[in-house]
Design a protein around this ligand. Structure first.
Ligand SMILES: [Zn+2]
Length: 617
C-alpha cells in the first residue's frame, strides 16, 4: 500500500509540475487531412490576464524572415468546458488571448512549407516543414510549435501518435519510444527549435566517434541513398574533425538527418541547416558517384563544425535570439566564414583531399567573391544588415569571402606565432572564454581576438572585415611561399572554348554558348546543345572523364587531326550522331588568379606552410 500511495503522490506531484511549467503538445501523425497536421496544446499556467501566442518570424541559421504563422490555420483557444475564448491576431505570427486565466487548450492546423500554395518568401527547405502522409515528416519544430511571449524557458513535451513502424530521428536525447506513441521532451523553446525531427520508417546507422554517438538517418524516396552509405562516407571525415578540434567532440550525441527528394524543391535549392546537436539536409537523390560523396563530405563538414560556432562562440543577438523581432550580429564572417573554412581546411590537414584540390576550392571562392559579390562592402555591415532586402543578395559571400577571411587569419596567425598558433587555437580559446551559455558583445569581439593573438590581427580585422579594403590575399599567400597572379596569358590546347554543361538523362557533356568558340573550336562548327560522345575515338564516359581529357591533352601535338563525335539534338528528344574534325591548334587563354610555388621559398615560409596545412616541402 505504501508503494501505491507513494506512486499516487508522485504522479500527482509530477502532474502539478507539468500543469505549471510545461507545454504539452499532441500531434497525430497518422491523421493527416488536406496535407495538414492537427496540433493540440495544453499550455503551461499563467499569472497574466492576457497572453500572446507566437510562431517564429525567423529562426537562427536561416538569415531570412519566413513568418511561420503564415502556415497556421483554424487557430482556436478553448476554456475548460471546451468553449472558445476570443482570440485576436496581432500580426501574421501572433495571437492575443485576452482571458488567459481560463485558457485550457489551444488547437490549430499546420500546412507544410514544402508544397504550400503560398509562393511569396518561399522557405528554404532545410528550414521548412514536410508533411507526406504515411511516408515522411520533416519536423522542423519551429514550423509546428509556438510559444507564449515571455514563457520560452519552459519545458516542452511532445506526444506523437504515429503510423505503424515510424521512428523519430533527432539530436534530442529525452525520448520515450513505443509502438504507437512517442514522447519527446525538450527543456525549453530554444532547444526545441534547435532540434528537428525526421519521422519515417527508419533507415538509420549509428557510429561512435571518440565519445560521441553519431546518428545518421536517411529518408530516400527511391531508396537510392542509405544511411549506411552516408555513414561510411562520413566516418573518416568525422575522425578528421575530431582531431581538428583537439581529439574530442563537444557533444555527446549528434544526428545527421537526411530528407532526400526526387522532385525539384519549391525554392529550387537544396542544402542543409545546422543545429547544436543535429543538422537537417534536403538533397536530391543522386547515383553514387565521387561527386556525391565529396558533396556529402563538404556539406556535412560545414554543418557539423557549427558546433564550434555559433554553438560555443556567439554574440548576444544569437544567444538570446528573438524569434519575432530578430536582430542580426555583425559577425557572420565568424559563424559562417570560419565554419566553411574549417570544413575544407580540416579535410586538407587530414589528407582527405589533396592540397591542390584545397587550393582549387579556395581560389574558386576568391573568384566567386570578386565576380558575384560587392568586394568593397564592409563584411560586418553586411552581416548586421543582412535582413535588409537590398543587402541580402550579398549574404552568399559569407561562404566565399567569409571562408577566405578564415584562410588569411589562419596563415597570418601561424606566421606571427612561428607556427604555434592558428585559427584552430583561436576558436578553442574563444570557446573557453565564452561557451554555450555566455555570449560576447558584438562590439568587443575584435579586441578580444587581438588580445588572444597579435596586434597585426586586430589591424587585419579592422581593415578587411570591418573596413572596405579588398582582402590582401596575394600578400598573405606569400607568407607560405605561394605566388598569386591576377591574370596569366598562355598558349594552350582547349576543347573549343565553349561552355560545357551536363545532361543527367543521357549522361553526356553538353556544349553551350558555342558562339564563344575559339579558333580551334570554330573548325568543328558545333551547334548549341551538341552532346559529346567520342573524343579521338574514345567514348567520353563520365566515370573516366578526367582521365580521358588528361590523356587527350597530354598526347596532343600542334597540327594533329582531332575527331569529335557528338549527338546533335533533333525533334522529340531524338539525336543524330555527327562525326566532326579539325586540327590541333594552341590558342591564347587568359587564366585568372593563378597560384604557383615561389622559386627559392625561404625557411620561414616553409615553416608557416607546414604549420598551416601539415605540408612539408
Ligand atoms: Zn553554415
Amino acid at each position: 500500500m505504501r508503494i501505491l500511495f507513494s506512486c499516487i503522490l508522485f504522479s500527482l506531484l509530477s502532474f502539478k509540475l507539468w500543469a505549471d511549467d510545461t507545454y504539452r503538445y499532441y500531434i497525430n501523425l497518422a491523421a493527416v487531412t488536406n496535407d495538414k497536421l492537427q496540433i493540440e496544446l495544453v499550455p503551461p499556467s499563467f499569472n497574466e490576464d492576457e497572453v500572446q501566442f507566437c510562431f517564429p518570424a525567423m529562426v537562427p541559421g536561416t538569415y531570412s524572415v519566413y513568418d511561420f504563422g503564415r502556415f497556421v490555420s483554424n487557430f482556436k483557444a478553448l476554456d475548460k468546458s471546451g468553449k472558445e475564448i476570443p482570440v485576436q491576431k496581432a500580426d501574421v505570427n501572433t495571437f492575443t488571448i485576452r482571458n488567459a486565466r481560463s485558457l485550457s487548450k489551444i488547437t490549430y492546423e499546420v500546412e507544410d512549407t514544402w508544397d504550400t500554395a503560398i509562393k511569396e518568401s518561399v522557405v528554404f527547405e532545410p528550414g521548412g516543414t514536410n508533411i507526406e502522409s504515411n511516408t515522411v515528416f520533416g519536423i522542423n519544430t519551429h514550423g509546428f510549435f509556438g510559444y507564449f511571449k515571455n514563457h520560452l524557458r519552459k519545458n516542452y513535451v511532445l506526444e506523437f501518435n504515429k503510423p505503424e513502424g515510424f521512428y523519430p530521428s533527432t539530436g534530442l536525447t529525452d525520448l520515450k519510444i513505443a509502438a504507437q506513441k512517442d514522447i519527446i521532451t525538450a527543456p525549453d523553446y530554444y532547444e526545441l527549435v534547435d532540434s528537428p525531427i525526421l519521422y519515417c520508417r527508419p533507415d538509420t546507422t549509428t557510429i561512435e566517434v571518440a565519445n560521441t554517438q553519431v546518428l545518421v538517418s536517411s529518408y530516400s524516396p527511391n531508396k537510392k541513398i542509405s544511411s549506411a552509405f552516408i555513414a561510411s562516407t562520413l566516418k573518416e571525415l568525422l575522425y578528421a574533425q575530431k582531431d581538428y578540434l583537439g581529439g574530442e567532440l563537444p557533444v555527446k550525441k549528434y544526428a545527421f538527418l537526411f530528407n532526400f527528394v526526387d522532385k525539384p524543391t519549391l525554392s529550387g535549392a537544396s542544402g542543409a541547416l545546422e543545429h547544436s546537436y543535429s543538422s537537417f539536409y534536403v538533397l536530391y537523390e543522386m547515383p553514387d558517384t565521387a561527386t556525391l560523396r565529396q558533396t556529402l563530405r563538404d556539406v556535412c563538414a560545414h554543418e557539423f563544425f557549427h558546433i564550434v560556432t555559433p554553438l560555443n562562440i556567439h554574440s548576444k543577438e544569437i544567444g538570446d535570439f528573438d524569434f519575432n523581432k530578430p536582430v542580426m550580429s555583425k559577425h557572420l564572417w565568424l559563424y559562417e566564414g570560419m565554419t566553411e573554412y574549417a570544413a575544407h581546411h580540416a579535410q586538407a590537414r587530414a589528407g582527405l583531399i589533396e592540397i591542390d584540390k584545397f587550393f582549387e576550392v579556395m581560389i574558386e571562392k576568391y573568384q566567386n567573391s570578386l565576380e558575384q559579390f560587392n568586394d568593397t562592402m564592409s563584411f560586418t555591415y553586411m552581416s548586421k544588415n543582412v535582413l535588409n532586402p537590398k543587402i541580402y543578395p550579398q549574404y552568399g559571400n559569407v561562404y566565399e569571402k567569409g571562408a577566405l577571411i578564415g584562410l588569411c587569419l589562419d596563415i597570418l596567425m601561424r606566421h606571427y606565432s612561428h607556427g604555434n598558433y592558428g585559427t584552430q587555437n583561436l576558436m578553442k580559446d574563444l570557446a573557453l572564454k565564452y561557451g554555450k551559455h555566455q555570449s560576447f558583445n558584438d562590439e568587443d569581439l575584435f579586441a578580444d581576438i587581438e588580445k588572444l593573438t597579435f596586434p597585426e590581427i586586430g589591424t587585419f580585422l579592422k581593415r578587411y572585415v570591418e573596413g572596405k579594403e579588398p582582402l590582401p590575399l596575394a600578400d598573405v599567400l606569400k607568407l607560405i611561399g605561394i605566388n598569386l597572379e591576377k591574370e596569366r596569358k598562355e598558349m594552350r590546347f582547349t576543347l573549343g572554348g565553349m561552355d560545357v554543361g551536363y545532361n543527367d538523362d543521357t549522361k553526356r557533356l553538353v556544349f553551350l554558348n558555342v558562339k564563344k568558340c575559339d579558333e580551334f573550336g570554330k573548325q568543328f562548327k558545333f551547334k548549341e546543345g551538341d552532346e559529346l560522345f567520342k573524343l579521338n575515338n574514345t567514348v567520353v564516359d563520365m566515370d573516366q572523364v578526367q582521365n580521358i581529357f588528361a590523356g587527350y591533352y597530354q598526347n596532343l601535338k600542334e597540327g594533329d587531326e582531332v575527331w569529335i563525335e557528338v549527338y546533335r539534338p533533333k525533334r522529340k528528344g531524338k539525336y543524330k550522331l555527327k562525326k566532326l574534325n579539325g586540327f590541333a591548334k594552341k590558342v591564347e587563354v587568359t587564366q585568372k588568379n593563378v597560384i604557383s610555388l615561389i622559386p627559392g621559398i625561404d625557411e620561414q615560409q616553409k615553416q608557416t606552410l607546414k604549420a598551416w596545412v601539415g605540408y612539408q616541402l
